[in-house]
Design a protein around this ligand. Structure first.
Ligand SMILES: Cc1ncc(COP(=O)(O)O)c(C=O)c1O
Length: 386
């Protein structure tokens, strides 16, 4: 009797959850065009479920899961040409990666000023507020990348860190990391590269012959770099990695820990699931470098195709896409975004560039672009953009 009652309730709750879920947009539908997250690879789902009850905050209880974490971090380190002296730390994503890196930079330097490109992600606003730090924005060049001549002028004894972006949130642009790294190396200043988006694309595109700038630990002046597996890594949310050039820097962001299986704990989080780590590891093993190359090459093909179709409607782009990000210039992006929304398509707005953003993630195919273009045309005609 009791068993039956529980079963009924169990089913009822699952049905209730289904109803909530039906209200969501899904990556699988291909209708989410503005997000930098993607439909996880099927193996990521299976791996995630297997490790649902693991806690990497208490690693002595889960030595197997800890081993997966170490192996996955090694994969990321080698992808980013990190030296043997380096260490990686799992984070929930780009925001936590940036926060952790700035926590370290503040600890190492005792300073509070962060030099950021004007295109930096809004997580740096959180960093300034959380850690009482001050942001010093640098203007962008005509190609929407950090203007290095201004960086030189802004470097001071109060500087805690300089930020360079490899794959900006708005446009997917890549800052001149090599030049910035040379500057920081000479001045002994911490350089953090925010490669939350580009970290999982640039290395693979470079392998397939795309001419993209150097952005990783091959430049000696790069101190840390963060990368997200839940963006172009085809893995599940939440998963990123922040890699530090020197292992011993982890001590600066560690505290002694009681009542868990390790004597000290690094980073911001305590309890954290092994699920997303297992998922990212599984995808990296399943796809390998070649698999990722194919995925990113397809994303770039779709991007070029979509950009061409958009321009042939008579619309223009803010800049030629560098990665798989397209920003469409509009007089009233909010009106277009709303009208697209009512047709069932989700794009994102970039207010300060008066544009909408489309990101050609792995689940976005040319066929989906072919469905979208006539809707974009209709909507733009209706609101007076065409
Ligand atoms: C360049 C960059 N950095 C950081 C972030 C923040 O990542 P998350 O939302 O995973 O915390 C984003 C998100 O889009 C990003 O584009």
């Amino acid at each position: 009797m009791m068993q039956n009652k529980v079963t009924e309730k169990y089913t009822e709750i699952l049905m209730e959850l289904e109803d909530f879920r039906k209200k969501d947009f899904s990556f699988q539908s291909g209708r989410i065009l503005g997000s930098m997250c993607s439909e996880p690879h099927p193996i990521a789902r299976d791996a995630y479920n297997k490790f649902l009850d693991t806690n990497l905050g208490d690693p002595g209880l889960f030595p197997g899961t800890k081993q997966i974490e170490r192996q996955y971090i090694s994969f990321v380190q080698s992808l980013l040409h990190a030296p043997p002296s380096s260490a990686g730390h799992i984070v929930s994503g780009g925001t936590e990666g940036n926060i952790t890196a700035m926590w370290l930079a503040k600890q190492l330097s005792g300073n509070k000023e962060i030099i950021i490109p004007a295109s930096a992600h809004f997580s740096f606003q959180k960093i300034a507020s959380l850690m009482d730090m001050k942001l010093k924005p640098i203007p962008l060049t005509k190609s929407y990348t950090m203007d290095v001549t201004h960086v030189k002028r802004k470097l001071q004894t109060k500087t805690a860190a300089v930020i360079g972006i490899a794959g900006s949130t708005d446009l997917g642009t890549i800052d001149p990391i090599e030049e910035i790294a040379d500057l920081c190396h000479d001045e002994h200043i911490f350089l953090h590269v925010d490669a939350a988006f580009g970290g999982y694309i640039i290395p693979f595109l470079k392998n397939t012959g795309y001419k993209l700038p150097q952005f990783d630990f091959l430049s000696e002046g790069v101190s840390s770099l963060s990368i997200d597996a839940h963006k172009m890594g085809y893995a599940a949310i939440p998963l990123g990695v922040v890699v530090f050039r020197e292992k011993q820097w982890l001590d600066e962001i560690s505290v002694p820990s009681q009542c868990i299986s390790s004597k000290k704990q690094a980073g911001i989080l305590g309890t954290r699931s092994g699920g997303p780590v297992a998922a990212a590891y599984a995808v990296s093993r399943y796809l390998g470098i070649e698999g990722y190359q194919q995925v990113v090459a397809r994303c770039m093909e779709t991007t070029t195709y979509a950009a061409g179709q958009i321009c042939s409607l008579g619309l223009s782009l803010i800049t030629e896409p560098v990665l798989n990000v397209i920003a469409v210039r509009l007089k009233n992006p909010l009106k277009v975004e709303r009208a697209l929304d009512s047709e069932g398509w989700k794009v994102n707005i970039i207010d300060h560039l008066s544009s909408i953003r489309i990101v050609c993630m792995p689940q976005i195919t040319k066929e989906i672009i072919d469905e979208f273009i006539p809707v974009l045309q209709k909507v733009c005609q209706k609101v007076g953009e065409l």
